[in-house]
Ligand binder design. Sequence first.
Ligand SMILES: Nc1ncnc2c1ncn2[C@@H]1O[C@H](COP(=O)(O)OP(=O)(O)O)[C@@H](O)[C@H]1O
Ligand SMILES: [Mg+2]
Length: 225
Amino acid sequence: MIKAENVSLRYKDGTLALKDVNIGIQPGELVYILGPSGSGKTSLLKLLMGIEYPTSGSLEVMNLPMKRSKRRKIRKLRRNLGPIFQEFKLIEGRTALENVMMGMRILGIRPKRMREFANTALSRVGLEHKRFSKVEKLSWGEAQRVAIARAVARTPRLILADEPTGNLDHDNAVHILHLLNSFRNDHTTVVITTHATHLIHDFEDITILHVDQGNIRVERRGKRI
Ligand SMILES: Nc1ncnc2c1ncn2[C@@H]1O[C@H](COP(=O)(O)OP(=O)(O)O)[C@@H](O)[C@H]1O
Ligand SMILES: [Mg+2]
């Protein structure tokens, strides 16, 4: 699903955000990217989404080399990605349902089916009753769930969430993580960044990428029986 060999990312201003990263992620893994603010978590997600390209090393996502020369194929690959951005990127003035449907436009399916998928996704995140609400009227946590519904409605193979717990209180934060975890299956890999280590203290059967100033250490935490 994801293979990184000696991947580094240096921004134009000279900042070395990721250093010699080596990771291998299989389909169906649940992956947490853990690290303090500024450690390189979002930079890693940007590489996985093809928003940035490695400055050196090789990165493959679903067997596609993530480099500038492949940008057309990367655009197609995005159909299989479900990104959930830190700032949501919801469209104000539109309803929750419309926002979720807009996330599916790239799939080129009929509006009726799109609406069905969108409704299913909104119930999955517990927001069926808010589907006709304008997104700017929703609470932060509700807007977060609309963003999740938008990402999962098109059944992506790779879900990527950047700091989805934001400023939620502990219980709501854990709830959001469990919700995201629930979309993991044999074909669907879920990748979540967070700086809140304590939130995943009890989680089992996960892969943790510990990010520290651009260096990554992989920890695999099995199921306790
Ligand atoms: N577009 C950019 N240009 C230059 N430096 C950047 C850019 N984006 C992030 N950085 C820097 O890269 C490092 C890692 O940032 P980031 O990946 O956003 O960390 P995190 O998501 O863990 O908070 C930080 O030093 C940050 O200031
Ligand atoms: Mg970040």
